[in-house]
Design a protein around this ligand. Structure first.
Ligand SMILES: NC(=O)c1ccc[n+]([C@@H]2O[C@H](COP(=O)([O-])OP(=O)(O)OC[C@H]3O[C@@H](n4cnc5c(N)ncnc54)[C@H](OP(=O)(O)O)[C@@H]3O)[C@@H](O)[C@H]2O)c1
Length: 318
């Protein structure tokens, strides 16, 4: 911040570009190997100044990619509202240095048109997202999940049309199984809106994209892969070694639960901690480095509830 309280991005934000950026598949897009997700800690219930400090730290260190979705919050939509406020307060001069994604596919508003994969939902949802985020376009729009009840061509054509309308520059797919993913790749390529990236849950505890052949398929097709919940929502860190901190995600017992903290996990974490400290690293850094070492992975999409956590996570690559 300068003396008038105006955010001035660090002049050295691209100093470590060589270590930080990776090409996203066979595209022209470079992404930071550590990207920042807005699922938790950026909602209307979270302190704005803390969210703001994390985005400043991120951008000041070259983290140019922020990932959102229509229903991140809580309440739904409020992480995008927070982003919109950050745009107004701080990031407008840097719009072209940012790579911003949002998604639609899960429940967002009431009634038959606020969920799943219809053209009606995806297009209306992105229009709402752009308003909340105070953006003319997003860099990347995702189908958040596969909807087996909507014809696949309807979902995919809506995505193509979103690009045609200039509301998104690139397309992504998240959580789709391999077979429909293959159809999507063909359809989008044939319609000149090739798939840029796949977003899937990948970490040392959940390796489905590897086991199901999704990561290998993406690599073979020149599609980038970004790993979400790379720290298994905080399980793959020191956070729960001694108990359940009151301010932790597990204490909220919504997406992460006390029953996830098993003796088996703690045994594994102690082994991992020994391995990490032999490398001069934390558990989180070891866990992130493991993902980034998998062939075909472009970026790890971390969450954080403090600048300190983000700093630790970034040091997995810098
Ligand atoms: N496409 C999808 O369906 C989908 C699904 C889930 C997530 N995502 C995306 O992926 C992003 C990341 O997901 P995630 O938040 O589950 O990621 P994560 O990085 O696995 O977990 C983040 C949480 O771990 C803890 N943490 C992070 N760094 C730490 C450190 N260095 N030391 C100790 N604890 C640490 C914090 O928990 P505390 O809050 O307890 O401090 C933080 O909130 C989301 O924001 C979203 O953009 C996408």
């Amino acid at each position: 911040m300068d003396l008038k309280g105006i955010y001035m991005a660090s002049a050295s934000r691209y100093a470590q570009s060589e270590q930080l950026y990776a090409r996203c598949g066979h595209s022209g897009v470079m992404l930071p190997k550590v990207s920042l997700g807005f699922w938790h800690n950026f909602g209307g219930v979270d302190p704005y100044e803390r969210s703001r400090a994390m985005t400043h730290y991120a951008f000041d260190h070259g983290i140019t990619h922020f990932d959102l979705a229509n229903n991140y919050g809580p309440p739904y939509g409020s992480a995008e509202d927070t982003f919109g406020r950050l745009m107004e307060d701080d990031f407008r001069p840097y719009r072209d240095e940012l790579f911003i994604s949002t998604k639609a596919g899960y429940d967002m508003w009431e009634g038959p048109y606020g969920d799943h994969g219809s053209r009606k939902y995806l297009i209306a949802s992105l229009d709402q997202s752009l308003k909340r985020m105070k953006l003319d376009y997003v860099d990347l729009f995702y189908s958040h999940r596969f909807d087996p009840d909507t014809p696949i061509e309807e979902t995919l054509q809506a995505m193509v049309d979103i690009v045609r309308a200039g509301k998104a520059l690139y397309l992504g797919i998240s959580n789709w199984p391999l077979e429909p993913l293959k159809q999507a790749v063909t359809y989008l390529r044939e319609h000149d809106a090739p798939l840029l990236i796949y977003q899937g849950r990948l970490n040392m505890l959940h390796q489905n994209p590897i086991e199901e052949g999704i990561l290998a398929f993406c690599k073979e097709q020149g599609i980038g892969f970004i790993a979400y919940s790379p720290l298994a929502q905080g399980l793959l860190t020191e956070r729960y070694l001694e108990g359940i901190p009151a301010d932790s995600r597990m204490a909220k017992d919504k997406f992460l639960h006390p029953y996830n903290r098993t003796d088996k996990l703690l045994g594994y974490l102690h082994e991992l901690q020994a391995q990490a400290s032999a490398h001069g690293k934390t558990i989180a850094q070891e866990a992130l480095a493991w993902i980034l070492a998998q062939e075909g992975v472009t970026s790890v999409l971390v969450g954080a509830s403090s600048v300190k956590q983000l700093e630790t996570n970034l040091h997995a690559v810098l």
